[in-house]
Design a protein around this ligand. Structure first.
Ligand code: SF4
Ligand code: SF4
Length: 143
């Protein structure tokens, strides 16, 4: 393993998708110990089909962070890099509901009273599935 004192330190945000069979295992805890990383849980969620979703901030030696991501992938955790924020552009939104169906966390929901789609930022785990699903490109990635 690389000595952090001699290495380039990097901070990285990642979205981790844990399959159902891995949700209860202390994988993140083991990973940060093994690769000597600092971490911060930014968001955590379990979806309807019991997949675990975790948005993590990581800091450590660049090579160690890369090795840690490979460690997760080898265990069956899907790793997605993250460096942005998601915004619903209401001026563009036609309230078609396509994003509501695809959003894994309920961050996009149809209000039955107004028939408008609302975005609950605090539930968003920045997976970007809604970006491709939105026909008028009303879901935007902001840096
Ligand atoms: S990025 Fe879009 S699809 Fe993913 S959680 Fe956020 S609102 Fe839902
Ligand atoms: S898919 Fe796009 S246009 Fe349709 S409700 Fe969602 S944000 Fe609005």
């Amino acid at each position: 393993m690389t000595n952090p004192a001699e290495a380039t330190l990097v901070s990285r945000k990642v979205v981790l998708h844990f399959p159902r069979q891995l949700v209860d295992q202390p994988i993140v805890c083991n990973m940060v110990k093994k690769y000597d990383l600092e971490f911060n849980i930014l968001r955590a969620n379990v979806t309807q089909n019991e997949e675990g979703l975790l948005v993590l901030g990581l800091r450590g030696a660049e090579a160690a962070v890369d090795e840690a991501m490979k460690y997760l992938s080898d265990l069956g955790v899907k790793v997605q890099a993250l460096a942005q924020d998601i915004v619903l552009n209401e001026a563009r939104c036609t309230n078609c509901g396509a994003c509501v169906v695809i959003c894994p966390t309920g961050a996009l929901a149809l209000d039955p009273a107004t028939r408008k789609v609302n975005f609950y930022n605090e539930k968003c785990i920045l997976c970007e599935l809604c970006i491709k699903a939105c026909p008028p490109r009303a879901m935007e990635v902001h840096f």
